[in-house]
Design a binder for this molecule. Structure first.
Ligand code: FMN
Length: 230
């Protein structure tokens, strides 16, 4: 607890933040009455819209997981594909990393996208499936040599002595890769977040935000949807 009354005046951090209200710009509309019966096609429409609008890194999202103590953890990662029909969101990482271990112990996650120029947020929650090793290996081979070398340099999120030491590990991994282009990083894994809830949020400058949520009790069940107070 703060002992002094907190200064929220001009020139303070709070004051600077107050001068920059989010979404204070022209934003696209969203008519939920015209939305499809399932969230997958709508997500693809919004994602492609964000890419067409040149939103930087529109394919990057926050992946949230829970650790063994039930503590949430979150980090950004790249969306690799979308199974629009099955409502599956594909991403990849190292099983031998904190997120990989968390997903092994608790195969549930949330993925959150925000496309600032469009004022659009999408929240996805569900269970996580691990791809067969052959699929993960095939996906690994589609990556650039630099990305493969990074994954081959050692377990993700392991400690390193210095950035120079890591540079040397990377260079060595690149050499190994040049000698053997078929190398696959042992822990490299493709995951699919199979959605049980997907929410589309369209921001509005005048705060008439629109929030449409899709839900299904299991991946086999039909979707229902409804509007929520933003
Ligand atoms: C823009 C961006 C894209 C990223 N893409 C990935 C990715 O596709 N896969 C991945 O494992 N980590 C990715 N990372 C790194 C993760 O944010 C994170 O640092 C790493 O996965 C280790 O997380 P962990 O310690 O929770 O396992 C990305 C980071 C940023 C900022």
């Amino acid at each position: 607890m703060l002992e002094q009354p907190h200064d929220l005046g001009p020139g303070t951090v709070a004051g600077v933040l107050r001068e920059r209200p989010p979404m204070d710009r022209e934003l696209p509309g969203f008519d939920p009455a015209a939305a499809p019966a399932a969230p997958g096609p709508l997500f693809v429409e919004w994602l492609l819209g964000a890419l067409t609008a040149e939103v930087p890194d529109a394919q990057v999202a926050t992946l949230s997981t829970v650790d063994a103590d039930g503590l949430p953890d979150a980090r950004m990662l790249v969306l690799r594909d979308v199974d629009a029909e099955g409502a599956g969101w594909l991403f990849a990482g190292d099983t031998d990393s904190p997120k990989g271990r968390q997903l092994t112990a608790h195969p549930v996650a949330a993925l959150t996208f925000y496309w600032p120029p469009l004022g659009r947020q999408v929240r996805i929650r569900g269970s996580v499936e691990t791809a067969a090793p052959e699929l993960s290996a095939a996906e690994f081979l589609t990556r650039s040599p630099a990305a493969r070398a990074a994954a081959l340099s050692g377990p993700q999120s392991g400690p390193i002595d210095s950035t120079d030491a890591y540079g040397a590990e990377l260079a060595a991994a690149l050499e190994r890769l040049a000698a053997d282009p078929g190398l696959i990083a042992p822990g490299h894994t493709v995951y699919t977040l199979r959605a049980l809830a997907v929410e589309f949020w369209q921001g509005d400058r005048a705060r008439r935000h629109v929030r449409l949520r899709y839900e299904r009790p299991s991946p086999e069940a039909a979707w229902t949807s409804g509007l929520l107070r933003p």
